[in-house]
Design a protein around this ligand. Structure first.
Ligand SMILES: Cc1ncc(COP(=O)(O)O)c(C=O)c1O
Length: 403
C-alpha cells in the first residue's frame, strides 16, 4: 500500500540530505570519504570529557539527569555568555540565549518562526545544504546571491533587493555563514559584513548569522568579527554550536536573539523536544569553566591547518589547471569548480569505484544548479589518505576533462 495520500504537504517538501545518504555508502568498504563534515575523531578531548563527566555526575548528578528548562540550564547559559564574550567578542545577556539540540535545530526553528509559504528569503549560492533542507518545508521563495573569494557578493544582494522592492517584496531574512563558509570555505570581507548590516537596515530584513566555523580559522591575519558584534540595530540572529570545537555527538548548539524573538524560539522548541539534554550542558559548562575547550581548540586548529595544507598542495599538483578551487582560511572544506561540462553527481559513481567519495555541489544550491562543483572535506581522513584521495580524484578529473 502507498501512504502518499496520508502525507502532509510539509512532509512532501522534505528532502533527504545527500551527505547522509553518501555517508551510509562510505561506511562500507575501503572508501576514503571527503564527503561528510566530520571532525577528526583524534581531536576529541576524550580524557577531559571523561573527567568532566565524572565530576558532574558525582557533584550534580541529580540535576544533570533531571528535566531542564526549555531555554537551557541557567548556569550553562551564563558560562556560555562569558565564553562568547572571550572568544567571539560580543556581550550577550544569558536571557537572550536559547540552547538548541545542535545548531541544526536552531535553523529548523528559524524556518518555523519566520517563514510562511511564498515568503522570500536570501541564501548564499552555494550554501549549507541542511539549512536549505530545514527551510524548504516552509516553502519559501529562495533568492540566491553568489559568493566569491570574499564571501557573499553584497553588491549583487543590493541589486536583488532593489528588484524585489520594485515587486513590493521584502525578504524576511538573509541567511549567511560569514566565516569559513560551508561549503565554499570562503570568508566574507569585513567591508562586506558591514555593508550587509547597512542593507538590513535600509531594506528592513533580519540577518541569520551561522557562526559554527567562527572559531575554526587557521590564520592570525583574518578578521573574524561576527556580524552580531557589529549589530547596532538588533537585526542579527546568531546561531552556533559546539559540534566543530568539542563534539558533534553532544548535539549542543545555541541561538541568540532579541528578547521578543527568544520567546517565540522557546515556544517552538517546547513542542520539538522540551529541552536539549541537561547532561551535555552540565559537562560542557565544566569543560568551558576548566579551560579545556579553549586549550583543545589550539590543537584542533593546528591539526586542521596542516590537513588543509596537504589538500591544497595535492590539488595544486594533481588537478587540471582549468579547475578553480577555494583557498579557505578555516573551516572544514575546499570547494571545487571543474569549469567543464561534467556532472559531478555522475562523476561520483566513478570516484566511488576508485575508492573516493565527495559531495556533488548541486545539493548546495537552492535551485540545484552548480552541476560541475564539488565539496571536499579535509578534516576527517588521516593525512596519508587525504593525499591519496586527491591524487585519485585528480587523475579521474583529468581523464574526464581531457577525454
Ligand atoms: C554551516 C553549518 N551550520 C550548521 C551545522 C549544523 O551543525 P550542528 O547541528 O551539529 O550544530 C553545520 C554542520 O555541518 C554547518 O556546517
Amino acid at each position: 500500500m502507498s501512504y502518499a495520500r496520508f502525507l502532509s504537504s510539509i512532509t512532501r517538501f522534505m528532502r533527504r540530505s545527500e551527505i547522509r545518504e553518501l555517508l551510509k555508502l562510505t561506511e562500507k568498504g575501503e572508501i576514503i570519504s571527503l564527503a561528510g563534515g566530520l571532525p577528526d575523531p583524534k581531536v576529541f578531548p576524550i580524557d577531559d570529557v571523561s573527567k568532566a563527566s565524572v565530576k558532574v555526575l558525582s557533584e550534580e548528578g541529580e540535576k544533570a539527569l533531571q528535566y531542564a528548562p526549555t531555554k537551557g540550564v541557567g548556569r550553562y547559559r551564563e558560562e556560555l555568555a562569558k565564553f562568547i564574550r572571550r572568544t567571539r567578542g560580543f556581550e550577550v545577556d544569558p536571557e537572550n540565549i536559547v540552547v538548541t539540540t545542535g545548531s541544526q535545530q536552531a535553523l529548523d526553528m528559524i524556518a518555523r518562526v519566520f517563514i510562511d509559504p511564498g515568503d522570500s528569503i536570501v541564501v548564499e549560492e552555494p550554501t549549507y545544504l541542511a539549512a536549505l533542507n530545514a527551510f524548504r518545508p516552509a516553502r519559501p521563495r529562495f533568492v540566491g546571491v553568489p559568493v566569491d573569494d570574499e564571501g557573499m557578493k553584497v553588491e549583487v544582494l543590493e541589486e536583488k533587493l532593489k528588484e524585489l522592492k520594485r515587486e513590493g517584496v521584502k525578504p524576511k531574512f538573509v541567511y549567511t555563514i560569514p566565516i569559513a563558509q560551508n561549503p565554499s570555505g570562503v570568508t566574507m570581507s569585513l567591508e562586506r559584513r558591514k555593508r550587509l548590516l547597512e542593507l538590513a537596515e535600509e531594506y528592513d530584513f533580519l540577518v541569520v548569522e551561522d557562526d559554527v566555523y567562527g572559531l575554526l580559522v587557521y590564520r592570525d591575519d583574518v578578521d573574524t568579527t561576527p556580524l552580531k558584534a557589529m549589530d547596532k540595530h538588533d537585526r542579527v540572529i546568531y546561531v552556533s554550536s559546539f559540534s566543530k570545537i568539542l563534539s558533534p555527538g553532544f548535539r549542543l548548539g545555541h541561538i541568540i536573539a532579541p528578547s521578543e524573538l527568544v520567546n517565540y524560539f522557546e515556544l517552538c522548541k517546547q513542542s520539538m523536544d522540551l529541552h536539549t539534554p541537561a547532561i551535555t550542558q552540565y559537562i560542557t559548562l565544566e569543560l568551558i569553566r576548566s579551560g579545556a575547550i579553549e586549550r583543545n581548540l589550539m590543537g584542533i586548529r593546528s591539526v586542521y591547518s596542516e590537513k588543509l595544507k596537504i589538500m591544497l598542495e595535492a590539488i595544486e599538483e594533481t588537478f587540471p589547471k582549468t579547475v578553480w578551487y577555494s583557498r579557505p582560511v578555516g573551516g572544514m572544506f575546499v570547494w571545487v569548480k571543474l569549469n567543464a561540462n561534467i556532472d559531478t553527481a555522475e562523476l561520483l559513481k566513478k570516484a566511488i569505484k576508485r575508492g573516493v567519495a565527495y559531495v556533488p555541489g548541486k545539493a548546495f544550491y537552492h535551485d540545484y544548479s552548480g552541476v560541475d562543483t564539488m565539496r571536499l572535506n579535509f578534516t576527517y581522513p588521516p593525512k596519508d589518505k587525504l593525499r591519496k584521495a586527491i591524487e585519485i580524484l585528480g587523475g579521474l578529473i583529468k581523464e574526464e576533462v581531457f577525454s
